[in-house]
Write a protein that binds this ligand. Structure first.
Ligand code: AMP
Length: 383
């Protein structure tokens, strides 16, 4: 490891330390290798999607602080592809290398109550919510905010895990018992027109750059298809990007952050969730933008100028989940008959239902054409 001053850029040849080893880490590692960096991965898993392409893979628990310190001593910057690491881990890493974004950003965004309270306190539009630690609080929240609603565990939820839709007062007791004592958040149900996301990066000197707004379609609570640009008025698209930029500034993010938002039927944008990292909805940037979200994260955490986020052409991404493997290996050659479709696979050995195994990116002269391309290519995998 070299010894840069806090503001000196971390240049190719240096080592990027990544906490987490899934597909986001894999694509970040590939972008880093492309730019001439060395990559070290730290996670509890071996032979991981990121570890397969990294120079070094450290397999250890996040709460093994000696292992974290040893890892940080061997890298020039620590960044993330997974945000649910303990605060003690980021503090231990920060003794030896800059941690970007800062551990405080992770602390806020890894717990829904902290995250929503931060957003509300800083004037960002969020779904009305209440903290739930007892049945009485749940009943009071249902009175105040009404039903239907969504009850979510405050920590460790993703892809719809740890959350339940409440339709009537009769469901409250069972929903509370199912929490098994975990702290939760009660959110008014948003009758949204669409879900959108903005991925944005911010440098040490405060430059912020957002990608065009992505529009997201989910199936069974898991992202299914994303396309860009989102089908939004110019005014709403600017509003979404301004909200995202404001959040990066308020959180003092150095790195990249994703803001998931709802567009309500009456034309309001509400922030649903933050992720202090790249995001599944940003995968189309790999083939459709001047700079990918992964390269942008690297530029931001290394103190380099940000790249252009311009979208070359309308684009779409379709996720490939484990069920596509149920009848054997998908027919890759058939999917790739369309020359405008690109395949990205994550190197996961076992295909479980609901597991993200890869994605297809496609471009077109319109978003409808791009969505048609990736959808049809995905269908051809199983024909
Ligand atoms: P989350 O884990 O918060 O991103 O939620 C997963 C998905 O559940 C979102 O992408 C929405 O489709 C849906 N969802 C979450 N919160 C709400 C809400 N308050 N109202 C309506 N739908 C929601």
């Amino acid at each position: 490891m070299t010894e840069p001053s806090a503001l000196a850029p971390i240049l190719p040849g240096a080592t990027i330390g990544i906490l987490g080893s899934g597909q986001l880490g894999r694509m970040l590692a590939i972008a880093a290798k492309q730019m001439g960096y060395t990559v070290a991965i730290f996670s509890p898993d071996s032979d991981s999607p990121a570890g397969q392409v990294a120079d070094r893979e450290v397999v250890s628990n996040y709460d093994d602080l000696d292992a974290v310190r040893a890892f940080a001593q061997g890298v020039d910057v620590v960044t993330f592809e997974f945000e649910n690491v303990p605060s003690a881990t980021t503090r231990a890493a920060a003794e030896f290398a800059p941690v970007r974004p800062d551990g405080q950003v992770l602390h806020i965004t890894q717990q829904r109550l902290r995250e929503k309270s931060f957003l509300q306190d800083h004037g960002f539009p969020v779904t009305p919510f209440r903290r739930i630690t007892s049945l009485a609080e749940l009943q009071a929240a249902a009175q105040d905010l009404g039903l239907p609603a969504v009850l979510k565990t405050a920590s460790f939820g993703y892809d719809g895990k740890g959350q339940v839709k409440l339709r009537s007062a009769a469901e409250l007791t069972n929903a509370f018992l199912a929490l098994k004592g975990a702290e939760a958040i009660y959110e008014a149900f948003v009758d949204f027109e669409k879900e959108i996301s903005v991925v944005a990066a911010r440098t040490l000197s405060g430059d912020v750059r957002a990608f065009p707004v992505f529009e997201n379609g989910h199936a069974n609570h898991i992202l299914d298809i994303t396309f860009a640009p989102a089908d939004l008025s110019e005014t709403l698209a600017c509003q979404a990007c301004a909200i995202a930029s404001g959040i990066l500034e308020s959180l003092d993010v150095v790195g990249l952050l994703t803001v998931e938002m709802f567009l309500t039927r009456d034309g309001r944008i509400l922030v649903n969730e933050l992720a202090p990292r790249t995001h599944n909805s940003g995968h189309l940037t790999l083939d459709a933008c001047a700079t990918s979200q992964f390269e942008q994260q690297l530029r931001a955490v290394c103190g380099l100028p940000l790249g252009s986020t311009e979208l070359h052409r309308p684009a779409a991404m379709a996720n490939l989940l484990g069920h596509l493997w149920e009848a054997g290996e998908p027919d890759w050659a058939n999917a790739l008959q369309d020359p405008w479709v690109k395949l990205h696979l994550y190197g996961k050995a076992e295909a479980r239902v609901g597991r993200k195994m890869g994605h297809l990116n496609g471009i077109g002269s319109t978003t409808a054409e791009a969505v048609g391309r990736v959808s049809k290519a995905r269908e051809r995998l199983r024909l």
